[in-house]
Design a binder for this molecule. Structure first.
Ligand SMILES: Cc1cc2nc3c(=O)[nH]c(=O)nc-3n(C[C@H](O)[C@H](O)[C@H](O)COP(=O)(O)O)c2cc1C
Length: 362
């Protein structure tokens, strides 16, 4: 994991193979500007040796907010904070990516004051209101919002953006057959369902410079959204053909074997690395903690190794893997440990919602 990685199209060099995956941490201000606490938490991971540091999912449009404390990138008001963050990430030798997204059907009216939008009218568990289908003009305007957001990220000094096409947020809602039942050019065939992603990608390329990295995070399978492994493999091939700089597959757990409409069983990572054959850099993430896990992911062909929870508890995780790879403490963690790791109280109480992550004894 210690070897550097070079993104082929841009020659941007990453000092090692570790990626801090996007993590919502609730530390941003009400208006979406980033707080000093949030800058501190991410800069500490850059200082701790991560090759790439990704921000939490940042909404590209005022009404796309999925939760309180979310970072925004929908206005120039957000640029100064992001500039400071990019500067600090670079000072410590990491590459910085902003994960950009829109909550779609998961952006509650209680938070945004408007009915949620999606590819189609959908009901999200736990939310009072159903989404309404976006109009064609609204889709075009949202594509522009993604492009404007990416342009802001570049202006702020970030090295690139990760389009959040995973976890049932808006891009993912367009990709899935259950959440996208449109009859126009944005729905129906896989090509139509992927058009929103493609157009976002193309719009970003038009307004950012040659060296700006643009990649996508995809969920390989989400049954309830109608996302299948074979569709995601096909979309990934297209992402490569369109010229994306990386593909980040969100596995949640990299170890189990999966079939794909047949008998053959492989890990999710292996399905993608076998299919794409080194034609696009692949980040894989999910349940990676120690050196054996890292070696497993690399053995499955991943180019870059993403961690979320390990990076919360261990700001110097890449360095720990190098020096004492098998002795990485796993959850639960005492709040004191998390404070020491640079989390503020809001983030710590959010982590209490992640089963078994924070120990009770305080
Ligand atoms: C606190 C927390 C917040 C997360 N927020 C995001 C997010 O904003 N965007 C995203 O794509 N994934 C998010 N995830 C998922 C992680 O990026 C990662 O894919 C998942 O936790 C599995 O990796 P891990 O086993 O290393 O934790 C979040 C995970 C955690 C634990």
């Amino acid at each position: 994991m210690d070897e550097p990685f070079v993104f082929p199209r841009t020659n941007i060099k990453v000092r090692n193979r570790s990626v801090l995956a996007a993590m919502t941490n609730k530390q941003s201000h009400q208006d979406g500007t980033i707080s000093d606490d949030e800058i501190h938490w991410l800069a500490l991971r850059a200082k701790g040796g991560f090759g790439i540091v990704t921000t939490a999912a940042a909404n590209v449009q005022q009404y796309g907010k999925g939760w309180d404390g979310e970072i925004g990138v929908y206005s120039d008001v957000h640029v100064p904070g992001l500039t400071q963050l990019a500067r600090e990430i670079h000072q410590h030798g990491s590459i910085g990516l902003v994960q950009i997204f829109h909550g779609g059907m998961r952006a509650p009216e209680a938070l945004n004051g408007v009915r949620p939008v999606s590819a189609s009218e959908n009901i999200e568990a736990g939310m009072e209101e159903s989404s309404r289908a976006l109009t064609h003009d609204e889709i075009e305007s949202l594509i522009q919002d993604f492009a404007d957001a990416a342009q802001r990220c570049e202006k702020a000094g970030f090295d690139g953006v990760e389009l959040h096409g995973a976890h049932s947020y808006l891009i993912c809602q367009f990709l899935g057959t259950v959440t996208n039942r449109r009859k126009d050019k944005w729905g129906g065939t896989l090509q139509n369902r992927a058009r929103f992603l493609q157009r976002i990608y193309e719009a970003i390329r038009k307004v950012t410079s040659h060296d700006f990295l643009v990649g996508v995070r995809l969920s390989p399978v989400i049954e309830k959204a109608g996302i299948t492994l074979s569709d995601t493999l096909e979309v990934s091939r297209w992402c490569k053909d369109w010229g994306m700089d990386f593909l980040h597959i969100s596995c949640w757990d990299i170890f189990p074997l999966h079939t794909n409409e047949g008998d053959e069983e492989k890990t999710l990572t292996r399905w993608f690395t076998d299919d794409l054959k080194g034609t696009i850099p692949i980040i894989t993430t999910g349940a990676i903690w120690d050196r054996a896990d890292v070696d497993f992911a690399i053995g499955e062909g991943a180019n870059l190794i993403g961690v979320a929870r390990a990076g919360i508890a261990h700001p110097t995780w890449p360095e720990m893997i190098r020096t004492k790879g098998e002795e990485i403490q796993r959850p639960p963690f005492h709040p004191r440990t998390l404070r020491h790791a640079g989390l503020n109280e809001t983030f710590i109480s959010y982590m209490k919602r992640w089963k078994n992550f924070v120990s009770e004894d305080e």
